[in-house]
Design a protein around this ligand. Sequence first.
Ligand code: FAD
Length: 464
Amino acid sequence: PPAIFWLTRDFRFSDNAALAAAARGPVLAVFFIDRLLMAQGAASRWRLERGLRAFDAELRRRSGQGVLILRGEPDQLLPGLAAALDAAKVHQSDWPAPEMRVLQARVDAALQVGGRRLVLHPGHLLIHPRLVRTKTGGSYRVYTPFARTLRGIGPDQPGASAPERITQAAPPAKGLALENLNLAPDLHGGRAVLDRHAVPAGEAAALARLDAFLDRVTDYETRRDRTDLEATSGLSEHLALGEISPRSLWALARARGRDTPAASAGVEKFLSELIWREFAWHLLIEFPQMASAPWRPEWRDFPWQGDSDQAEAWRRAETGIPLIDAGLREMRVTGRMHNRVRMVVASWLTKHLLTDWRLGLAHFQDSLSDWDPAANAMNWQWVAGCGPDASPFFRIFNPETQAERHDPAGRYRQLWLETRAADYRATLPRSQRALPPARVTLEAGRQRALDAYASFRQTTGAQE
Ligand code: FAD
């Protein structure tokens, strides 16, 4: 029987159980430009469009027909499409973000009116969240025991892949042309800059990157914090869009560790980072407000400051602190930022500037091509000190010592502050009001943060 494959954040053909199930008979692959997508940040929409192109090209190769792209809400459009095709089921890979969960419920209810249904398939995570539980059946709040339990059970094996030849049903509606979609018109001049610095998108590119990374994984543990070296995998944007599944990643990396003993320590470290991603998603499922409310409720009373000229200077990469401005520029020009620098810029905003972490989270959400609702929220709360298993608030990064340690020859700073300065300028709006010069110094900002924390603890009795 014909079926619908509702493409969302799973732009891959291998280990894609939803696509494999739908493609057992004639299938129609459909993608919606809906409110949920348009609420994402600009850079991640720009990146998603590139992923969609790559997926569409591969689908054309396998079926002779591309993805049907429609503008509108899935709960309003899917019932009509399913009726026109006489499809009983709509298959989707589960992307367990809270907003998607709401949409899935609406879609399923709308389909059931016509006696049809939505079928969700796992694949975005290593393992079903209900399986990783404490001895008393609760959810983990601390990474290390979470990781131990997950490793003990072992992640799921990669599931079914889509067939090499796919038969697509004729689309009952006319779709939008991929060539002139422009999902991120709000990027303005930034689009051309991002295009210039883009790395290849799509499933084949993800596998090639993994392969190249595994060739140098031996050095991962010792070099991953170096901002001036390409020592990490660069796979986060592929994972964000499901161009590769974490289960496949796990299996492929483990196999390399077994075949090449010298690589196994690096592989294990890499897998433990993948478990951080998993931990973030499990936390988000447990606490859907994680992007907007502190995990630890007493932190609602922390005296975070709202938006200010200083926060704006941070967003514009004009703090005057070289490592911080370099990282924020890297993000505007490429959509990416080195993990170590993400921690340093986030610490500066939330501690030296005492600014509400949610302003930083929003800026990252708008600017990151690897934006991931779980990882972004967990990490901002981790740096700000209000998350589960967070870095204690009093641990305040010193951007100068961080730079000396992780950018010893200054190459990273030079690249983003000098070599690519013109690229960064091209991303800026044409006219901007001038900002007063920065007032916070390294030591004064640090002391102010510590004082605020001390009186917060005194009045609320908050624990570290
Ligand atoms: P690698 O070192 O090769 O790691 C492999 C994979 O492990 C990554 O692709 C990622 O999926 C996962 N991973 C690694 N570190 C973390 C981490 N700290 N938390 C969760 N997963 C992790 N990552 C995102 O994917 N999207 C985000 O929106 C995001 N926002 C962040 C915000 C802040 C304030 C901070 C400090 C970190 C954020 N991260 C986010 C985590 C991390 O910085 C990136 O995953 C990493 O830089 C991606 O580079 P990579 O793929 O080369 O990483």
